[in-house]
Design a protein around this ligand. Sequence first.
Ligand SMILES: N[C@@H](CCC[C@H](N)C(=O)O)C(=O)O
Length: 290
Amino acid sequence: MRLRFTKMQGAGNDFVVLDATDAPLALSPAQLRRLGDRRFGVGADQILVVERATRPGVDFRYRIFNGASGDEVEHCGNGARCFVRYVHERGLSDKRSVRVETVNNLLTLTLRDDGRVSVDMNRPVFEHAALPFVADGLAPRPLGGFERWPLALGDGVVVDVAVLSMGNPHAVCRVDDVARAPVAELGPQIEAHERFPRRVNAGFLEVVDRGRVKLRVYERDAGETLACGTGACAAVVAGIRLGWLDARVEVETRGGLLAIDWAGADPAGGWAPVWMTGPAETVFDGEITL
Ligand SMILES: N[C@@H](CCC[C@H](N)C(=O)O)C(=O)O
């Protein structure tokens, strides 16, 4: 099968984007892994598929697959920014703001005049069942209005993690110097920890000041990526609830800068949505035989 694709990136988190708006695309996990493979395929952290919406009032359906496993996942923030640029560049929509449905959410993606993209990433979810996270028998370490959980890793190492879902699961730990953080050693242990039955994305957060952080994320199924959009939202939300950060935070990743805004508790009840703004670029178009 001959497949046309577009390679895109958002702050260095890279994607193969496929148009399935004309005809459905049913790729096998092996074909998705081939697209994600950096040596035998195109190479991408995630594969994004643009489909027709299944409900009224929504423009598109947005499906996401981790490139290393071919597994479908719930959310990808950097991918969402690329998604709206893609549908514009290909003439699939001329709206500056599009509404997309994911497996468990509705997102609004907006192309800004400055060339960046803003995404309403929806509300964070703190219920452990949403990740899921199994806290049985663990004593939480409360801080600010939130808590961290001591996660026992190998060699007697214990890391305190804040856990939340941005549609997909995140565990965030604070480090003094992110450049020297042992992301390659601790990331896979947190990702596969038994307390996260569906595994987790592991964020390593350095607080520079109340409006600026540095972040590295060891992504579920992808390893460390140059940036993780949902990871940036999760880290900022955790940092705000733990009392370290203000409502607007610049997140420095290895691949670029993301701006995250979160107002915390919503006056109407529940939690406010998280907003993310950042870059989204097309790298090249291509064709591959699968
Ligand atoms: N790169 C992403 C997240 C992609 C999915 C993640 N690896 C998972 O398995 O949940 C982002 O920008 O949010």
